[in-house]
Design a binder for this molecule. Structure first.
Ligand SMILES: Nc1ncnc2c1ncn2[C@@H]1O[C@H](COP(=O)(O)OP(=O)(O)OP(=O)(O)O)[C@@H](O)[C@H]1O
Ligand SMILES: [Mg+2]
Length: 267
């Protein structure tokens, strides 16, 4: 069972879009997938058009077994959803013993999936520390705009520190460039910068696509909403890459990004 945390402290970079479409694509490829929404915004439920009475809050704060809070989306895809009450959970967790590993203990009963994907809120707070300490792999969607790479060094340092303090071995196995516009010189420069720093773990870019933006409104993945378009092609490539990586040796956490200033194109 591959336990993957999809995280970036920066907001709006395509974390949820990636989780939802990757999950759907892996499920379509015949893999058993569980998505866990760890963001109080609860966007996963909207994107997959599903909602459950009991959710991740009841697992974290209550004594619910994870299976009680799992909702089936299709034959291969299950979801544990979240809502704004999860904000309270973060406060309550702060008072718990071994507060960084509560999620790991509470989710230890989960079995039978090929993939567990965690959608994280844009933060490096306690909930996300819990997410990283549950996961074996970390995927970082990164926008290819001017501020895309800013903050990546902080993220990598935080992951290294958590691994060290908790004797954990989570590895960054995918850095996923998002919101890529082929006409933009800035996007090209940022992608090059990512290539220079993340060789080996850098996925092909996910292009900016209006269909990817629209799909959540209809509670559909891109494979259902626009299966022949650019967005579906890009996420299909990511699904293949994630399935392929399984056969390879685990990748090392890449070195922190060199913080040279971005070269801004004139005009
Ligand atoms: N490749 C894309 N092309 C066009 N729009 C996109 C793309 N990826 C994501 N979006 C849109 O950008 C917005 C932010 O995406 P998303 O919610 O996936 O980001 P996020 O990182 O999960 O945000 P948050 O940090 O708030 O959780 C959404 O409106 C989404 O539909
Ligand atoms: Mg999100």
């Amino acid at each position: 069972m591959r336990k993957i945390c999809i995280i970036n402290q920066k907001g709006g970079v395509g974390k949820t879009t990636t989780v939802v479409n990757l999950a759907h694509g892996l499920a379509t490829a015949g893999k058993k997938v569980l998505v866990i929404d760890l963001d109080p915004q609860g966007n996963v439920s909207t994107c997959l058009n599903t909602r459950s009475e009991r959710d991740i809050y009841d697992i974290l704060v209550g004594s619910d077994n994870a299976s009680l809070c799992t909702k089936q989306v299709n034959d291969n895809l299950d979801v544990i959803s979240s809502k704004e009450t999860l904000t309270k959970a973060e406060v309550l967790l702060a008072g718990e013993q071994s507060r960084e590993t509560v999620l790991k203990r509470k989710l230890s009963t989960i079995t039978g999936y090929d993939f567990v994907l965690l959608d994280c809120a844009p933060s490096l707070g306690l909930l996300n520390q819990n997410a990283m300490l549950y996961a074996d792999e970390i995927f970082i969607p990164t926008s290819t705009d001017a501020l895309g790479v800013v903050g990546l060094t902080t993220m990598i340092k935080a992951i290294d520190k958590l691994n060290e303090v908790f004797n954990h071995q989570a590895k960054i196995t995918q850095v996923i460039p998002t919101l890529y516009d082929t006409r933009s010189k800035l996007c090209k420069n940022t992608l090059q910068e990512l290539k220079n720093n993340f060789d080996g773990v850098l996925a092909d870019p996910i292009h900016t696509s209006s269909k990817l933006k629209e799909a959540p409104k209809f509670g559909k993945s891109i494979f259902e909403y626009d299966k022949k378009g650019r967005g579906a092609k890009d996420y299909h490539a990511l699904v293949d890459r994630v399935l392929g990586v399984q056969a390879n040796a685990p990748l090392q956490t890449p070195a922190p990004v060199q913080t040279a200033p971005l070269e801004m194109p004139a005009g």
